[in-house]
Structures are given as C-alpha cells and as structure tokens.
Ligand binder design. Structure first.
Ligand SMILES: [Zn+2]
Length: 142
C-alpha cells in the first residue's frame, strides 16, 4: 500500500471515529433523558412498555457504536504499526476493493467467510436463522 493510500485511509477512519463519538454522545444524552423522565410515566403500563423499548433500541445502538469505535481505533493502530490491510487470520493482504468498502475489515474475504460459516453452527434464535444457513446444513457438508 502506498503512503498516499494510507493517508487517505487514516483521514477516513479519523472522521469516522469523530462521527461515532458524537453519535455515542447523542445516544447517552437520550438515555439520560429517558431515565430522568421515568418517574413521570410510571403507572401507565403502555407508556412503560414504550419507554423500555426506547431504552432497548438506544442501548443496542450504543453497543453497536462502541463496537464500531473499537474497530475503527484498531484500524488506526494498524496504520501506525504498519499492519493495516493485512488479514488477522492468514496475514495475507486484504483486497483493496474490500478495504475501500470496509476500511475496518480485520479479515480477508476467505477468512471472513470461513468465520461466518463456523459461527453459523452456534446455537441462535430461530428468527435469525437465515435461508443460506438452511441450504448449507442441507448440503451435507455438516
Ligand atoms: Zn485471511
């Protein structure tokens, strides 16, 4: 990877990190507001249910944002220590088109696919079971 490409990725990742940080701040403010408004809505079970749903949605967003933040920070560290663009599993270089689309990608496409196949055997809720999983299970590969 050229120095110019690295600089471009660094700028992209930094602005992504700033975006995530301000998003996390917004979500935390929302959570605080919901929490502060709580005593007022107690007593109405419909309001309480809505309230809990609002909380959950924001907690999930918060969780997701924190994960993106860690991934982005790790990608920036890799730029600093010279391992950016290398697959964490097989250490081959990740395809540039993949990196352009996902600058925080830690694995090459092959290793990512492999990991997803392995993960698909973990027990999970039926609702998140994808059609492609069924096809794979039915293919006799298991
Ligand atoms: Zn790999």
């Amino acid at each position: 990877m050229t120095a110019n490409q690295l600089t471009r990725f660094r700028l992209r990742l930094r602005s992504r990190l700033e975006g995530i940080q301000s998003k996390v701040g917004e979500i935390r403010n929302d959570l605080l507001q919901i929490a502060e408004a709580r005593p007022a809505v107690l007593g109405d079970s419909l309001d309480q249910a809505k309230d809990a749903m609002d909380m959950n949605t924001r907690l999930e967003l918060h969780d997701h944002s924190l994960r993106s933040k860690v991934q982005t920070q790790q990608a920036l560290e890799k730029i600093n220590n010279g391992t950016f663009g290398q697959c964490e599993s097989c250490e081959e270089y990740i395809d540039m088109r993949r990196l352009e689309a996902h600058p925080t990608a830690a694995l090459c496409l092959e290793c990512q696919d492999k990991q997803e196949r392995e993960n698909s055997f973990r027990p999970r809720l039926l609702t998140s079971f994808r059609y492609s999983d069924l096809m794979y299970l039915n293919s006799g590969a298991v």
